[in-house]
Design a protein around this ligand. Sequence first.
Ligand code: MCN
Length: 786
Amino acid sequence: MSETGIGASVKRLEDYRFLTGRGTYTDDINQPGQTHAYILRSPHAHATINSIDTSAAAAAPGVVAIFTGADMEVGSLPCGWQIHNKDGSPMAEPGHPPLAQGKVRHVGDQVAVVIAETLAQARSAAELIEVDYSELPAVVDMNKALAGGTLVHDDVADNLCYDWELGDEGEVDKAIAGAHHVTEIDIVNNRLIPNAMEPRAAIGSFDRATGEYTLYTTSQNPHVIRLLMGAFVLQIPEHKLRIVAPDVGGGFGSKIYHYAEEAIVTWAAPKVGRPIKWTADRSESFITDAHGRDHITNVKLALDESGKFLALKVNTKANMGAYLSTFATCVPTYLYATLLAGVYTTPVIYAGVKAIFTNTTPVDAYRGAGRPEASYLIERVVDRAAREMGIPQDEIRRKNFIPRDAFPYQTPVALEYDSGDYEATLNSAMKNADVDGFAARKAASEAKGKLRGLGYSTYVEACGIAPSAVVGSLGARAGLFESANVRVNPTGSVTIFTGSHSHGQGHETTFAQLVSETLGLPLDQVEISHGDTNKVAFGMGTYGSRSLAVGGEAMMKAMNKIIDKSKKIAAHVLEAAEADIEFKDGKFTVAGTDKEMTFGEVALTAYVPHNFPHDTLEPGLEEQAFYDPMNFTYPGGCHIVEVEVDPDTGVVKVDRVTASDDVGRVINPMIVAGQTHGGLAQGIGQALLEGCIYDDNGQLLTGSYMDYTMPRADDLPNFSTSNEVTLCAHNSLGVKGVGETGAIGSPPAVINAIVDALSGLGVTDISMPATPQKVWQAIQGAKAAA
Ligand code: MCN
């Protein structure tokens, strides 16, 4: 293994600029003549706008322009996935105007934009805008929303976006009716607020000379924003719209979507004739960044007397919030229901999903998106079934695992898993977690008056979101493949233009490692360029842990084209047959001779062609490739969590966290471990600390860090992480994604561990987040019932 190639723990090349404060984030960018935008937002969750009087605000110092929905008549912010109801009819797809048109539907909805010389002036002027609202009753609870009465959108009956199903309900009901044992559980998957380190920001400008619009934005996928905003909202031809996503400080899904503010500053820029900058403050982020999760589910698992799973039935209500965000509709369907087989051979599965509008912030994908919700309910119901039937947690899982020799494995819920070895990750996690020593640790805790529990989670996920044949058939309105352009510069250095976008994942390092390995170059001869639609021809961006498995493969394809052309050049110069040219360690050699050319010499020949096969080849050395994979990739693994609970206070201490994951071939073990650590922290945050709460009027009660608790370093122990490897069967690198595994596998392991700790008291369930108050109440409730 080379020190810079595949498998090397190269330190992140981008970290010098990030750690020394030299990153360039959207808000760091300032343009000549720039103005500042402040968005006036609705204080109400649901209200009719009778009138908006901007006259006093318009006369305030520094104000350049004010626009309301009446001024901005543009297309609706689009939703990328169309879901069909059980009866075949299309989902309800109400409009989503960038500035409210006559009605506001959640606290934070955009009402007007004030553009001024300074942000302070814009903000002060906004206070002078008089909006006459007639407040309407708000609907927040999904069950109440389904009962009708208050409608978020007048034309959407019972607030039902869609009523979708997967699987044969009759067959599943039959299996449940005839089963030896049925475990049933009601599960809430708590709503989360994403909290990327960098709040969203956007700068719109317009060049009157060229007619070109430029938008700098905090996006995970600039080309997708160009497509959605250009084609659907503002009708700007793609070649006149440049989107730049410079350094982006985290997204976790929340920066995938096309947000209103991006359209507003781009649309308004030619109107004011100056660039316009908008940056969210943290309070705005809480109420306008798309939230995540928010499912309520009833699940039934049917088992035979030996503990073999016979059927799984799931009925889920999924909150969409007030409008459909870009990917919202596919999260509770194709990213969720299709994962309900988990790592098990359950023969029949039914999922019914109702997506529901409420007067809350729109909900969309958040790290894992659908897959954490699926793995949570599967692993909670499996844990409960094992307890009810007296089967050890590892045994019930082994009994039902898809065996390692059964791949490719067709699940009853549409997906075909290509590879995996769930026993291997379970075994290594149990060894690394020292499960054998648990009894002694439990006794030691008990001696201190504490309770100790051990929780398992064995999961699989589908990522590498792309395969256009699959996602197209699932309802996506666009293929999700990826492109790469490899430009070999005349002296042999290489610039790669990739459609993937790095906002914390370390692509500048891992992608450079792929180049180093493939073309035999040192890392300082490689540059990874991303995030600018004027540089990168095409891209679908970064989410669904797709960048390596899809974007990386596109790079491999383009590099292989470079090698093929280089061989032709080398054959010509070295006067040998092309078939005799071998490429290894950055050198082209004629097999069996000492005749050779370096990669740099071939590059120079391509551009300075005095000895070049003009008659058969074009000069230059630059190749483009598109890659559309056959299938998703299927990482899986086992997470084991050990907690110690203080029964007097309900405080849960996460004592040990062990993750054994299979993410296929590992390109950079240090980055993979870092990704796993981040995901675990988020998963543990969801399980113990984070929870978004609205009151009945639709006011967000957890709208600041005083009320919304993020995991901190001292909430977490040292993590034990390791990797088992089964190669992805359909990409040349054998890689699967890692970006979401930690957040998918860990929440059920935490909750299962708490239930294990409290099981002696008779507690059988605890909902997320398992705050000290909830745990204490569960303990008191169990004691009272005993
Ligand atoms: N990698 C590797 N070997 C593998 C798999 C991945 O070395 N077998 C490396 C990749 O080359 C890349 C990193 O690990 O450098 C993550 O790769 P991948 O799994 O392909 O995920 P993406 O790069 O597509 O990132 C998306 C993923 C998602 S969906 C969320 S959400 C998330 C995450 O990444 N958001 C993040 N990790 C994040 N990390 C940070 N710091 N910030 C975010 O917003």
